[in-house]
Design a binder for this molecule. Sequence first.
Ligand code: SAM
Length: 272
Amino acid sequence: VSAAEITDPADPRVADYLCLTDVDLRTKFEPPRGLFIAEGELVIRRAVRAGYRLRSVLLGPEWLRSLPALGLPPETPTYVAGAEVMQALTGFRVHRGALASVHRRPLPTAEALLAGAQRVAVLEDVNTHTNAGAIFRCAAALGMDAVLLSPSCADPLYRRAVRVSMGEVFAVPYARFEAWPADLDRLRSAGFRLLALTPDPAATSLDDVRVAPTDRVALLLGAEGPGLSPAARGRAGQEVRIPMSGGVDSLNVAAAAAVAFYVIGGRPASRR
Ligand SMILES: C[S@@+](CC[C@H](N)C(=O)[O-])C[C@H]1O[C@@H](n2cnc3c(N)ncnc32)[C@H](O)[C@@H]1O
């Protein structure tokens, strides 16, 4: 792999990396163009290992000497830019800069995803990228087979989500529901027990929920402000709370996901 130097932030070869801090612009720009941005060496490597194809990489000059160590596929268009050009282009100071523009892959349908799944997380309108990323990391670590997103959930392949997940968004398959909340009925018809996670004191304590290893279970999680909608809660077979103390009214959704995945997620022998 050899690298071409970029000296002008307006160079069309690096247009994929323009204004990376502008969330509105990027969320309108990336999905229709079929790309996402991976940030940092580890995340780029994970994307490649997961079979994603790179459109290009943009590196700081410090990478020039260790380029072979990045293990990029040989055909990858590779660009190098100094810190100032990088900042003018992306909008932020890219520390030990390593960015990749990556081709998205078509998402599986929810039906295809559910066919082989036993423990799934369902996110309703979780629209904070950091929470979405953290939930994927927990799902990968704690034995969830798949994540299903309501139509307006945050994009798990947005740069911050990918980074917070440490690349685990590549490890956990996900799909997006199209008919919300009606798709929850299809989930139930497919044999899943729907457990709605809520801090509501009237809900059953997670300590008292019994799940057999062969049960198919979907854990429903809601957004930071409003929590799960009444429509989603109404479709769940059971409402479940993680008991809290100290008068705290709720947990952050990713923290709640971690606790619930630990208790309900499939546990390989290595994690017992
Ligand atoms: C910050 S909370 C939302 C708080 C919202 N006021 C409510 O009553 O649901 C975000 C999500 O995290 C999950 N959650 C937070 N604390 C929880 C708890 N103690 N038990 C179960 N789920 C919890 C729920 O899925 C919730 O929708």
